[in-house]
Design a protein around this ligand. Structure first.
Ligand code: UDX
Length: 444
């Protein structure tokens, strides 16, 4: 049975550790956050991810998952340690590496036997090299080790399936034998494996996320052109997606990308380029379009409310950055909520799981028990997160309870003709038929 240690029991750490435990490894999770460890020891999950609680319970009951705040305990028998600590955005968008640095120093001081250190946190290109230096220089006596970069490509909401059926495994190391051992660890997943050097592996992660973010900003820019020219972006994306060279994924126009990865990673990659004397024009445009896409929602709401938000009540459906998660980091909904509040609107909202996180981030939002009570007495309804439970709302009931019949379908979830036939004033994203949704340029 393999002995693994996972440092950092956040999103990536918990999924990685729980999935390896499920494949039969013994996994000890180490986190400096005592509260989190106590929660995990009590069988509670600090994050919401479909399937994770059951997976963790099953493997903890089988004795394959343990939680501790002690590195010594975590590393006692470990052959592999996964570093899954946070890398938040620092000033100017560069990744803040204090947690990676601290983890590397403590591992170096604590390790008692040869160890393969696998970095899963998204770190700037070159981090694997300085991690190697930190470990060498902090070891009380030399013990054999190797650093391997193994970026994660997990999507919130489908992370367990993404882990268990990955499109690929990427491994970078200066030690081919260490990379081979990690490849063996991942072998049961039977995915194509790219073994390369440390810096290239680190770059694959950034380039992949930046490319996906670029697709989203691309289709969002097309959506704005569609609105002006009277085309429907949902059909445009469908028509494009059948081309095998393009493919159908990540072409949904909407309120822009959010979450803990895309905004941070695009910014960090742009920052790396800038630091090295380059002008990352495309990456800057991707971020600019994304910010504009959020602003557009407020502009459209203002337009529907005859130019002023002040004193109007706006209902938001969805606060998480996307469906199937309680994560509100960089959530477009929260950016919209802030902007509406700043302009004097009353903001009500409902989200199936993200309300606690949202109210911590934006305390001015009035939280409602269900979509219908959010919509009641509102002057505009904004659907911003594509939760399944919003797909088949009783729209007649919604309409009858509202002050004014305005709806902004920020994720193009509804049939515009049906809503218009019911009596809604409808605005989608990039659905420019009949000139609807056409906006004059303007500021917030
Ligand atoms: C992402 C990457 O997909 C994953 O590989 C990476 O390692 C972590 O970051 P995640 O942040 O969970 O995962 O979300 P994802 O499903 O990729 O969506 C990102 C954002 O883009 C969301 O805000 C989503 O709503 C938005 N999006 C996605 C669109 O606006 N349009 C699309 O077509 C797809």
């Amino acid at each position: 049975m393999r002995q693994l240690c996972v440092v950092g029991s956040g999103y990536v750490g918990l999924i990685t550790g729980a999935c390896f435990a499920d494949m039969g490894s013994n996994v000890t999770f180490v986190d400096i956050d005592e509260g989190k460890i106590e929660m995990l020891q009590a069988g509670e999950m600090p994050i919401y991810e479909p399937g994770l609680a059951e997976l963790a319970r099953r493997n903890a009951d089988a004795g394959r998952m343990r939680f501790t705040t002690s590195y010594a305990e975590g590393l006692e028998h470990a052959e592999f340690v996964f570093v899954c600590v946070g890398t938040p955005s620092g000033v100017d968008g560069e990744a803040d590496l204090q947690y990676v640095r601290a983890a590397a120093q403590t591992i170096a001081k604590t390790m008692q036997q040869p160890l393969i250190i696998i970095n899963k946190s998204t770190v700037p290109v070159g981090t694997g090299d300085w991690t190697t230096e930190i470990i060498s220089s902090n070891q009380p006596q030399p013990i054999d080790f190797a650093v391997v970069s193994c970026p994660e490509f997990l999507r919130e909401g489908s992370a367990i399936a993404d882990f268990m059926q990955p499109d690929r495994t990427v491994l970078g190391s200066t030690s081919p034998s260490a990379a081979k051992k990690v490849a063996e660890l991942y072998a049961p997943l039977a995915a194509p494996t790219v073994i390369t050097d440390l810096r290239t592996a680190e770059m694959i992660k950034y380039a992949s996320n930046a490319f996906l973010a670029t697709r989203i900003s691309f289709i969002n820019e097309i959506s704005i052109i569609c609105e002006r020219l009277g085309a429907d972006v949902t059909e445009v994306a469908r028509g494009m997606g059948f081309d095998k060279r393009i493919g159908p994924h990540f072409l949904q126009a909407g309120v822009g990308f959010g979450g803990s990865c895309f905004p941070k990673d695009v910014k960090a990659l742009a920052n790396m380029a800038q630091t090295h004397g380059m002008h990352p024009q495309l990456l800057n445009a991707v971020m600019e379009i994304n910010a504009f896409q959020r602003r557009q929602i407020t502009l459209k709401t203002r337009e529907l409310l005859d130019g002023s938000l002040n004193g109007n009540t706006v209902a938001l459906l969805g606060l998480a950055f996307k469906q199937d998660t309680d994560d509100t980091r960089e959530s477009p909904s929260l950016a919209v909520a802030r902007s509406l509040l700043n302009q004097g609107a009353n903001v009500k909202a409902y989200d199936p799981v993200a309300m606690a996180n949202a109210s911590r981030d934006v305390p001015g939002i009035m939280l409602c028990d269900n979509p219908y009570s959010a919509a009641a007495d509102s002057d505009a309804l904004l659907v911003l997160t594509p939760w399944n439970e919003f797909k088949q709302l009783d729209m007649k009931r919604v309409l009858c309870s509202m002050n004014q019949p305005n709806i902004i379908d920020g994720r193009n979830m509804y049939n515009p003709e049906e809503l218009k036939a019911l009596g809604f004033r409808y605005r989608g994203v990039g659905r420019g038929f009949n000139g609807e949704g056409t906006l004059a340029n303007g500021d917030e």
